[in-house]
Ligand binder design. Structure first.
Ligand code: ASP
Length: 325
């Protein structure tokens, strides 16, 4: 028997078309097309909800949380939910939903790298793939999934790795969870590491700064001055920084601001390894938090959720440490 799947549209290239000199812009055609798409009707009973039609660079963390609330309420009446979204911030929205949602039913994000006017457009295939994954009995209890280019990814691991290619979405460190094959859905592995922060509130005063050679502490000072509760730094390699920014890091810590170190490299964990001034061990000894393998943009969202829930730097630090890998 066909499953009942809700498709929630939020916008992005999958909902866009080229309009002459205006370039590629939002279009309202997707919902109508999906309602009449024969390849979908044979896979599941589909309802389509036009929630919004925004380019994903416009999506804020607060909007991500509101989307998660919507999914939470809507999924009660369905076997699974598929969300279409712009690719630019998809990994962030999917991850925030993964943190805060409690449902065990499949929640699957998908998107398109090519607009409705492009040759070889990928949107229809990605939507059918996402609906097939959301309808599959093996997709329950795997956290929020992202289906792109016939691959199934976890929200936590996936990144947009290319600006234009249809295979842009990758789980660079660990590989995809599975594949969307013509005859069936195949899962190759489970995601053993899962993390949730069940909150209905975010504190968005969390900044992210990327380390570059020769940097000084001006961005950290600016964060301190603007009232950040935590500063995430995408450091070098295992989690190392130039010593020129140590005075500002010490100032932030002295003011009770959490300083959380992730790595700007594509894969791997940050470690308390190097003891030189600015090295990961030295930073941890100063009171910085090492973020495991979680990438900076996702560390930032997790801290928003933790501060929203606990509103206390010490509690946030303890919950962050006990849930990092
Ligand atoms: N700029 C678009 C967006 O994220 C890109 C896309 O959807 O592929 O809305």
């Amino acid at each position: 028997m066909n499953k009942n799947i809700l498709i929630i549209l939020t916008g992005g290239t999958i909902s866009m078309k080229a309009k002459g000199s205006m370039g590629v812009v939002p279009s309202s055609e997707l919902a109508g097309l999906l309602r009449e798409f024969p390849q979908l009707a044979s896979v599941a009973n589909i309802d389509v909800f036009e929630y919004m039609n925004l380019p994903s660079p416009y999506i804020t963390p607060q909007m991500m949380l509101e989307l998660a609330r919507l999914i939470d309420l809507k999924i009660i009446d369905y076997d699974g939910v598929v969300i279409t979204h712009g690719t630019d911030t998809l990994e962030e929205t999917a991850y925030l939903c993964d943190l805060v949602l409690t449902t065990r039913k499949p929640v699957v994000f998908t998107a398109a790298m090519r607009s409705g006017s492009d040759i070889g457009l990928d949107g229809p295939r990605n939507i059918v793939g996402a609906v097939r994954v959301a309808s599959h009995h093996d997709s329950a209890d795997r956290g929020v999934l992202v289906v792109m280019n016939d691959e199934i990814h976890t929200a936590r691991d996936v990144v947009k790795s290319d600006t234009g290619k249809v295979d842009a979405f990758r789980s660079i460190g660990y590989g995809p969870l599975g594949s969307v094959d013509p005859d069936t859905i195949v899962y190759h592995r489970s995601a053993l590491y899962r993390e949730n922060v069940w909150t209905d509130r975010l504190d968005t005063n969390i900044d992210l700064i990327k380390a570059v050679a020769g940097m000084d502490g001006k961005y950290i000072l600016s964060s301190i001055d603007s009232g950040a509760r935590a500063i995430v730094i995408e450091a070098f390699g295992r989690g190392n920084l130039p010593r020129d920014i140590l005075p500002e890091i010490k100032q932030a810590l002295a003011q009770g601001i959490l300083v959380v170190i992730s790595s700007r490299t594509y894969t791997g964990r940050v470690l308390s390894e190097y003891g030189y001034e600015g090295g990961g061990k030295h930073l941890e000894d100063l009171g910085c938090i090492l973020a495991g393998d979680l990438k900076g943009v996702k560390v930032r969202l997790k801290l928003m959720a933790l501060f929203g829930k606990y509103n206390d730097p010490d509690l946030v630090k303890r919950f962050f440490l006990q849930s990092r890998n």
